[in-house]
Design a protein. Sequence first.
Lengths: 253, 253, 214, 214
Amino acid sequence: MIDKTVADIESAVADIPDGAVVMIGGFGRAGQPRELIDALIARRLQGLTVVNNNAGNGDTGLAALLETGAVRKIICSFPRQSDSWVFDRLYRAGEIELELVPQGNLAERIRAAGAGIGAFYTPTGYGTQLAEARETRRIDGRDYVLEYPIRADYALVSALTADRWGNLVYRKTARNFGPLMAAAATTTIVQVDHIVPLGSIDPEAVVTPGIYVDRVVALGERAWLRDGEFIGGVTVEGAPRARDHHDARPGGD
Amino acid sequence: MIDKTVADIESAVADIPDGAVVMIGGFGRAGQPRELIDALIARRLQGLTVVNNNAGNGDTGLAALLETGAVRKIICSFPRQSDSWVFDRLYRAGEIELELVPQGNLAERIRAAGAGIGAFYTPTGYGTQLAEARETRRIDGRDYVLEYPIRADYALVSALTADRWGNLVYRKTARNFGPLMAAAATTTIVQVDHIVPLGSIDPEAVVTPGIYVDRVVALGERAWLRDGEFIGGVTVEGAPRARDHHDARPGGD
Amino acid sequence: MATRISREELARRIAADIPDGAVVNLGIGAPTLVADYLPEDREIILHTENGMLAMGPKPAPDRVDPDLINAGKQPVTELPGAAYFHHADSFAMMRGGHLDVCVLGAFQVSQSGDLANWSTGAPDAIPAVGGAMDLAIGAKAVYVMTDLLTRDGTAKLVTECSYPLTGVGCVTRVYTDHAVFDVTARGFVVTELFGDTTLAELRELTGLELEEAE
Amino acid sequence: MATRISREELARRIAADIPDGAVVNLGIGAPTLVADYLPEDREIILHTENGMLAMGPKPAPDRVDPDLINAGKQPVTELPGAAYFHHADSFAMMRGGHLDVCVLGAFQVSQSGDLANWSTGAPDAIPAVGGAMDLAIGAKAVYVMTDLLTRDGTAKLVTECSYPLTGVGCVTRVYTDHAVFDVTARGFVVTELFGDTTLAELRELTGLELEEAE
């Protein structure tokens, strides 16, 4: 019997070694495997290469992982943000290596790894600094840059629901990099709200088939959902929302 | 307001010119846009290039189109079948050109056209006759063949349901080439069972977003479905099933 | 000094050029303002490169959904007809030329349509590109929305970009606070002057041989 | 003449080697027989390259669904845990090395693991390849299921394929009606003999220097 369920989040990441290449899903808070990242932080690893769209925000999640000095190199499209102070400091101090990739090439390179494509010609980045060291080719009158796959040892992904085979559905824009990274990593570890019985996920709506998933861990419903319905009441970061005047009602809590 | 609905199948294909490159979805009967093909046949065109996985079966659908002499060239992966006698005759008579492409490369080349990829290195076909005239490259110890996109002027696709924006869902293995061809053609024409009100299709389950679709035409439910439920009672070709002894019941019709 | 139009007026001006039925991506920053001025009688579908079509306006404060954000990581909503997809599908949609229009900001636009909008090339700057390069080369029409001049009075329309490029020969049209410019084989062509701005003034401000539309 | 095993026995023998949890593609023709012998105490997921995982057995005659077929265009069923996807995703799954096992037929297999199974190269033949080349190079383990000899007694295990190749160096193991052969850096190694077949007989039938497994 196939059962990819892992009981707790610590054991889900227990075998990731120093020096591993780790893809981390998410774009902003959406699809960010926050609890898996925390479990990875607790491992106190060294020399990781991380693939993510960004390079961490504030002091939590990926930024907190960077803060521990665990990450040697990051491959991403948009490191500099208003709250990327952890990355900024490490980068300026020369303590982290950056490979900057246009976002679509990042996505397509991850896709290529999962799809067994050896390399591909993309028009994105042609004639720019980010294609400087790369092969180019004119095809049918358009200029292209040759890009290679990005593979990983591990992928940490957040989805909405899984079954014991690892079939996954996501929720809204939290889908982002998850399906791509799941296919591009040797070992894919997924956190979900719920694990449902096999056969409960509509086969037409499966986004990541279980073939790409190795471990799933259920963490319970996130604060902005109740019984699968959106209830709101949180910030865009998922934190409880501070009430403002408009919400104040006599006797309200 | 966006309304891609076309009232009848004849007008859906009315502007396809002689010499057009036409992708036709389907793998076997599943996903085959039978009625669109019939409407195309009625146009009595010349010099078409057709992209399909096969080269027609029996005397209907794509085979019937070939029979009219409308097709100059076919790009496919599996022309020779037990009932491909129409293609076989034309091919042996030198009346149709064949470009034979391994099935996965066919799918990926169509995908590349829709995705703006100029070319890609695939391991499939390396060292075989079907890669003989092609560039090769060794990448990370594996050998690859360079393949180029396949684009089309028109795609004829069959899906289950559409809305007026052209968002599509398919049914089971009838999905096959539809989503790829819809993205690879300048004009995509889709036949569906039903057109539903905008907002009726679950945004998580849309397989082909309307951005890839130009025209949708509703033909009513196919014989093996009733109110969206599978009821059976047909052959694999969708024809009414001849009753056998096991079905005979006293008083049954 | 010539009359300029406000950023909001410019957003409204750009919105007026977006046809019914268009699929549009509005870049981060000023271009997002365009969404507020889309004509109500047109059905225009907004794409966000993090994986959605038919993005709606921002939600009420108590309806913020961390799973439903735009490319600027701001909360948004979902309109009827929406679809979600992963990043590779989303950027394939862009790169494959399926978007009708994108609106982007700019540091510089050259007369051959080169765009520079991701880096000033400052040696101590931390680079970040995001989806800018994909947007620049992907859409059927690439509109730039920008002030004509930087704060220190330097023109953003140039003979050749001095800042690192985002895309080569990719810009269709530039909407500025002074005028609208089409990028053509003959360089910039002024198609519309705002307020009392004159072609002569624009030539002086930019130092470019600007043509006037016929 | 050595004792051979039947096609059904061979299918059962192959099925016994497929581990619990494996994702498997069974090629068109004889390999589909393997599905009938998969051990009931193992959960094995069947992939069909036309876009499905967790394909089930053929339906009852009155439950044939034209939208639910396998790569051989035969009606099949859907098991709990199934997923549907389009052709590019399906072949990405194969090409990307995500299938554990595929079982294919063969015209010839060379001692370096080259496979020929799509064309006899006859000058008047109409070619057709389908997904054979993708399957040959894609799965983690590529098992060939074949008679050792053609009808006219020629061995299908050869030094070098004379028929057009399907894939280069891609075969893991060959299950024949006489014996099982692993493809190794030293050529074919016989790992199992059926009935009273001997290594000497196999050497005579094939003309190859076959090694015996240690």
